[in-house]
Structures are given as C-alpha cells and as structure tokens.
Design a protein around this ligand. Structure first.
Ligand code: CMC
Length: 430
C-alpha cells in the first residue's frame, strides 16, 4: 500500500516522518514499522485499541455505523439471502461462487465430514463432565496427529485440504463432544443433509428413535453460523494469526483460536448471558442487576452488552433479535419468559444514562443464546457452536496471512517496569 502523505512525530527537538496509509474503508493508519529503528521508540497500546495488526481483505467492521461486511457484502444480505456454506466459500476465496463452484465446494466439504475412527478413543479419555469447549480444543489440536498429510503450511494444496477438513469435521467433533457429555452414542454424519441440518441430527438423534430436522430450525441455526463466521481481528482471530506466524500447523492454530474464544469477555459471553437472564428470572428484578452492572466496586457486567468496536449497535444482534422472535413463534413459545426478560433488559439498559454514555448496546451474544436454547441446546454448547461457525473465518485469516509474502513472526515488544540491576549475592546475604 503506497502512502500519499506523512505524519510528523515530534519528540523533544527531533522530528520523524511516518507514512500514513489509506485502506479502502476505515480510518487511515500511521505506519510505525520503522519507529524503533529510526527513533528508538516503541508504540504503547495494550489491548490494541488503536493498532492495526495487519492488512486484510476479508471482513470490515464499521463500529460507528453498525456495519459488518464479508468481502464487501453486508452481513444482513448474506443472513437473509445466502447459506452458511456459500458464505464459507465467499470468505475463503473472496467471491460468491457460481452454481457449479458451490456444488463442487459443498461436495468437497461433505466428503470430509467423518473423523478418523481412532479419534473416538481420544474422546473417551475425557471426564464425562468435561466442558465441550475443553474437549474440542483438545480434539482440534489432536487433528494434527491424525492428518499428517495436511500439516505442511508451505504447500498450498495441503493448506487447502487442512482448511476443508476443519470446516467439514468441526460439526462432527462438536456434536461428538455434546453426545459424550450427555452419555449418548455418537451419531455419524448424514451427507445428504445441509451443513446445519446434519449438525442438528448428529446432536439430537438417538439410535432408538427417528429424527427429522425442522427446516425453520435448521435455517435459524444456519443464520447463526453466518452471523458468527468472521469478525476481523478480534481476540481469537488475532490468536490464530499470532500462532500461525511462527509456522505452527493449521490444526494447532485453530485450536489456539478455540481456546481464546472460550473466555467470557469473548465467545463465552453467550453462555454467561443466558445464565444471567435465568438468574434475573423476571422483569421486576432487572433494576437490581442494572444497579450492580453500574457499581464500580462490583465486577458484575451485563453479559451480551458492549463491544470494543460497535458503538451504536451490533448489526448481528439486530438480526438475531428478529430471529429469536420468529423461531419462538414457530415453536409456539412466543411468550417465552427469558425472551421477555431479555427484551425488557435491553429496553431499560439502552435508556439508562450509564449505558448510553459508554455506548453499550446488546451484542451478538445477547440473543443467540435464547435461540440456541429454544432449539434445544444446553448453555455449555453455545460457545462450541460459536467456534464451529468462526472456524471458517479463522482459516480464511490464517490462509491470507500465510500467503502474504511480507509474513513475519508476530512479536510484540513491552515496556519493562520491573526491577533492574539486582545482585543475587547481595539479596541472599544482606
Ligand atoms: N456491563 C456494564 N458495564 C460495561 C459493560 C457491560 N457489559 N461493558 C463495558 N462496560 C463499562 C466498563 O465498566 C467501562 O466503564 P468505565 O469507563 O466507567 O470504567 C466502560 O464500559 C468501557 O468498558 P471496557 O471494558 O473498557 O470496554 P472494552 O472495549 O475493553 O470491552 C467488552 C468490550 C465486550 C469486553 C465489554 O463490553 C464486556 O465485557 N462486555 C460483556 C461481555 C460480552 O458481552 N462479550 C461479548 C463481546 S461480542 C462477541 C465476542 O467478541 O465474542
């Protein structure tokens, strides 16, 4: 990217010219790559609130306008008109597929849905009550031990096969983690079903009964997958990129992303949010929780509220709010008490000065848990479903990084504020 203008940094009586780069959307960025070598200075930005860590062509978030684009397409259009498998193609390859390309891609994902049979032994090594996130982090990492022929990151064909394998097998792995945790036998994938319907069947079918996926429900789940598919350089994606920058194999990198996603400030918020809504229980208890969220001496936060980038609204939350209404009416549960608490909590919080001042609005995790719970998933499955959806985004970002000729190992610096010049002998024998 060429720079058309410079920024001048003045430190004492010295001036440094720094190029200003202009992306296709979003704020310009000051290129500080030569700052240390030319000025012996570091930039200090914990939490990366003002730092662009890479150039990317995949996803764009406009936090002020509440826009989210995948390869230039608004997520609202994709959620209404596309399918998750088509969105996977779009994120991976940059353009929407033709009908033939889509069919070929779907076929290549479908033929990789089964996992190596010995992997079932790996599952059985976990405690029965293990959280499915703990299981899928371990099993994703273990994939590099099962699929040696797709771990050479310098080979584009191996990168491609590893990518398809992860997108195809993660629903099977997540469903197996669920089945294991509830003591039911594993269900093999059924390749004639859609991606979402196949996942539902692997989670809810039992050998003694037939199981038919309701199209409205698999469509709602597909929409959840689309809305979670990528979100530019969030914590888990940055983790995947950082792990990948050392040349680690793709399965290890995605396992690192899954581990990061689990945290309650990130993908773990959907589980925490539903737990919170159940704890609130009824609309008349909302003021008590709002009071706690505002109290600086209480570490309680409204889960599913606030976002580092979205400062007006999260477009994904808007779509999921509509989806929650639709799916609960479809299931004959339009008066669901938890949905009532959520709607009322949103109404009270967005009107409250504390939340307005800090520009805190419902995020993607606020309504997704209500839908997943209505479909029949327990809270422990919410973050694994997020991981399943985000895998394609992580892989697209990882592939983009590996193919970049400017790839360098990620290695942040620090401001050391600890002791210096201590002497072992003097400390031991004062
Ligand atoms: N409830 C109450 N207060 C909040 C909340 C909340 N959910 N979120 C932020 N604040 C307050 C915070 O206390 C701070 O107040 P003050 O200026 O008085 O100290 C101010 O708002 C700014 O917060 P911050 O922590 O500096 O903001 P951040 O950009 O670092 O954090 C966040 C963003 C998403 C981690 C945070 O809003 C949060 O913890 N939300 C709840 C967890 C959640 O829903 N996470 C899902 C995020 S979206 C999906 C994903 O990323 O996976």
């Amino acid at each position: 990217m060429n720079s058309k203008r410079n920024a001048t940094l003045t430190v004492g009586n010295k001036k440094y010219e720094l190029p200003v780069l202009s992306p296709s959307a979003g704020p310009d960025a000051i290129d500080i790559r030569k700052l240390y070598s030319s000025a012996n200075l570091f930039a200090y930005d914990p939490g990366f609130t003002s730092t662009a860590s890479c150039q990317s062509t995949i996803t764009f978030v406009d936090g002020e306008a509440g826009n989210l684009l995948y390869r230039g397409y608004p997520v609202e259009q994709l959620a209404k008109q596309s399918s998750f498998i088509e969105v996977c193609y779009l994120l991976l390859y940059g353009n929407l597929p033709s009908a033939e390309e889509l069919e070929e891609f779907e076929q290549s994902v479908t033929i990789h849905t089964m996992v190596h049979d010995q992997m079932t032994n790996f599952f059985r090594g976990f405690r029965r009550d293990a959280h499915p996130m703990a299981i899928i982090t371990g099993v994703m990492g273990a994939m590099s031990a099962f699929y040696h022929d797709s771990t050479d990151i310098r080979d584009p064909m191996q990168r491609e096969i590893a990518s398809i394998r992860m997108i195809a097998k993660l629903p099977t792995i997540v469903a197996m983690a669920f089945k294991y945790s509830i003591g039911q036998p594993f269900v093999f994938p059924k390749n004639r079903l859609s991606y979402a319907a196949n996942f539902m069947r692997m989670c809810f079918k039992v050998p003694c009964e037939s199981y038919k996926v309701q199209p409205a429900i698999s469509r709602a789940l597909d929409r959840i997958f689309i809305l979670h598919a990528d979100h530019e350089q969030n914590a888990s994606t940055s983790t995947v990129r950082l792990a990948g920058s050392s040349g680690a194999n793709p399965f290890a990198c995605i396992a690192a992303g899954i581990a990061c996603l689990w945290g309650p400030a990130h993908g773990g918020a959907n589980e925490a949010c539903l737990k919170m809504l159940h704890e609130i229980q009824s609309p008349d208890r909302i003021p008590e929780f709002i009071k706690r969220a505002k109290d600086p001496s209480d570490d309680f936060r409204l889960m599913g509220f606030g976002h580092r980038v979205y400062k007006n609204f999260d477009p994904r939350a808007k779509i999921l709010k509509e989806s929650a209404d639709e799916i609960l009416s479809e299931l004959g549960d339009a008066d669901n008490p938890i949905l009532k608490v959520a709607r009322e909590l949103e109404r009270i919080a967005v009107d409250d000065e504390y939340f307005r001042e800090r520009r805190l609005y419902p995020n993607v995790d606020f309504y997704s848990g209500i839908i997943l719970s209505a479909i029949g998933f327990p809270t422990a499955m919410f973050t694994p479903i997020f991981a399943l959806s985000r895998t394609v985004g992580w892989i697209s970002q990882w592939k983009e990084m590996i193919a970049d000729p400017a790839l360098k190992i990620g290695r942040p610096r620090q401001m050391y504020i600890g002791e210096t010049g201590r002497n072992y002998d003097e400390s031991k024998n004062p």
